[in-house]
Design a protein around this ligand. Structure first.
Ligand code: DAT
Ligand code: MG
Length: 139
């Protein structure tokens, strides 16, 4: 059975250009309840640990530079089958391949600056939510 929680980040390109509001509206309209939310600036160390699985990829350095380039909004989201449904709402990692109407099709600037992160599995969702939120910051 699939879990009902996922973890998301509105990335610096979207926060900087004032797209947080419209993105949050899309998330709500897609049936997700926001159960944790805050705006933070990632440290290099946090970004590197968060993206640990990509440490050896050629895009890692650029990814870390981008993710620490401005404030982000981290959040925990709840709905049935949350991980898969949120990935569907996000669209492909590469906005050129994303379906029309998806968040990345609308708000991504490039593969790197792709507007929003979403967990890839229930296990990652738990790890990522625990990474950024203490118990008293979740509702
Ligand atoms: P996703 O965010 O869709 O789960 P991922 O886990 O493969 O994608 O990669 C994490 C992030 O790294 C992605 O959102 C943007 C960046 N990235 C991935 N592939 C890239 C590439 N080929 N060039 C530049 N950045 C890339
Ligand atoms: Mg990923």
């Amino acid at each position: 059975m699939n879990g009902d929680l996922t973890f998301a980040i509105i990335k610096p390109n979207a926060v900087r250009t004032g797209k947080s509001g419209p993105i949050l509206a899309m998330i709500n309209e897609a049936g997700f309840e926001i159960t944790g939310l805050k705006m933070i600036m990632l440290t290099t160390q946090q970004a590197e640990n968060f993206y640990d699985e990509h440490r050896d990829k050629p895009f890692f350095e650029g990814l870390i530079e981008f993710m620490t380039s401005g404030p982000v909004i981290v959040m925990i989201l709840r709905r049935e089958n949350a991980v898969e449904e949120f990935r569907n709402l996000l669209g492909n990692t590469d906005p050129e391949k994303a379906e029309p109407g998806t968040i990345r099709k609308i708000y991504a600037i490039s593969v790197r600056m792709n507007a929003v992160h979403g967990s890839e599995s229930d296990e990652s969702a738990r790890r990522e939510a625990d990474f950024f939120f203490s118990d008293i910051e979740r509702f």
